[in-house]
Ligand binder design. Structure first.
Ligand code: ZN
Length: 372
């Protein structure tokens, strides 16, 4: 018997399902967009093996149990297992990785990331990638509060929170980190206190300062992996003269990815020179009509001063950021914008939005790359 089975733990990759189709066993994964049909061994034998692998198997007796349960010959078993591993349908983990799954602080989060297990990259790997990152949030108001809270709970080790404002009574309905005792205090310091006890390794860096240019942000974004820009969309000339544009410009100039959030929209997640930026998206007719609208429409897209809307939009933004920072899966907002419509309980994707040939930011990177 091949003693490799004692060295590694074999597990059905969690996104794969199987069903019978006549005498075939059909395996499919929506996540990987793949489907394979096995017609060699009896479909029921394949299904029996997958049933064992669903919860993971790797003891010294794995092969002998599998042979007994499935009725496969040793050659057929070895061949089938090799095929399943080669196709990524079955993944391998070390005993150490397996034992790390217990009741630790981030156990459930690691189990979630195990859904993306491929090759050597398991839930522990993706979780560590996410938690090792440094993020920045410009504006610690309603959106900034929720973004910081969620990133902190995910265990992101360093969060830079930037704001110059103080907490007001009217903030408390939606700015989740603040309570009545915080009124009158700088928002970044109140946020720091609220987040202080989440994790012993957590580090929230408060920056109590007003941003008046892109350059103001340069020293604050050192070694940052992602900047949240929670100011939403404005007409290009207005955005360029204010904080939304300063964040876009600073992140772009420093080569740092940034994620725009605002009203009921999330996106784009801009990877400078690789995916569309804020100003590219302003050329999209739907975004343009939104920012140039002169009506007093406070309908589902524009509504924002309401905690359930802010918290949901921020949850989706942090979902996208988590996929991006962990590299578990490509986020949808790398290719455009997601818009939530609360009254119809639906959402729309403005996707894909292309990088614009007219965008001065994106073309500057393209040109410099061409020169290099
Ligand atoms: Zn652009």
């Amino acid at each position: 018997m091949n003693n490799e089975y004692t060295k590694s733990l074999y597990k059905l990759q969690p996104t794969w399902k199987w069903k019978f189709d006549g005498d075939k066993c059909v395996l499919s994964s929506n996540f990987f967009g793949k489907e394979v049909s096995l017609s060699g061994p009896a479909a029921s034998d394949v299904a029996s093996l997958l049933e064992i692998l669903k919860d993971g198997a790797g003891s010294a007796s794995f092969a002998s149990i599998a042979l007994r349960v499935t009725g496969l010959s040793e050659d057929a078993f070895n061949s089938l297992l090799k095929y399943l591993v080669d196709e990524g349908i079955v993944v391998l983990a070390s005993n150490d990785q397996w034992e790390a799954i217990g009741d630790g602080q981030f156990d459930r989060q690691i189990r979630f990331f195990n859904s993306f297990h491929r090759g050597d990259h398991d839930g522990t790997y993706f979780n560590e990638r996410l938690q090792s990152k440094r993020i920045a949030i410009v504006g610690m108001g309603g959106y900034g509060n929720w973004l910081a809270l969620l990133c902190s709970r995910l265990g992101v080790r360093e969060i830079v929170g930037i704001d110059f404002d103080t907490v007001e009574l009217s903030n408390l309905g939606r700015q989740i980190l603040f309570d009545k005792s915080c009124v009158g205090q700088p928002k970044v310091l109140a946020a720091q206190r609220a987040l202080a006890n989440h994790h012993n390794f957590h580090n929230f860096n408060p920056v109590n300062s007003k941003i008046t240019s892109a350059k103001d942000l340069y020293p604050l974004l050192t070694d940052v992996d992602l900047v949240f820009n929670p100011f939403g969309f404005y007409q290009a000339d207005v955005a360029r003269k204010g904080v939304p544009g300063f964040v876009v410009e600073a992140a772009f100039t420093l080569g740092i990815p940034s994620l725009t959030i605002g009203a009921s929209m999330v996106g784009p997640l801009t990877s400078p020179g690789k995916s569309p930026c804020y100003f590219c998206c302003l050329e999209n007719p739907e975004i343009l009509s939104y920012v140039t609208s002169t009506s007093n429409d406070t309908g589902p897209v524009k509504s924002r001063q309401f905690a359930p809307i802010i918290s949901t939009v921020c949850s989706y933004a942090v979902w996208e950021a988590s996929l991006f920072l962990s590299q578990a899966s490509p986020p949808q907002t790398l290719a455009g914008i997601v818009i939530f419509d609360w009254l119809s309980s639906s959402f729309a994707k403005l996707n894909p939005i292309e990088m614009s040939a007219k965008c001065s930011l994106c073309t500057s990177v393209t040109k410099s790359h061409t020169v290099c």
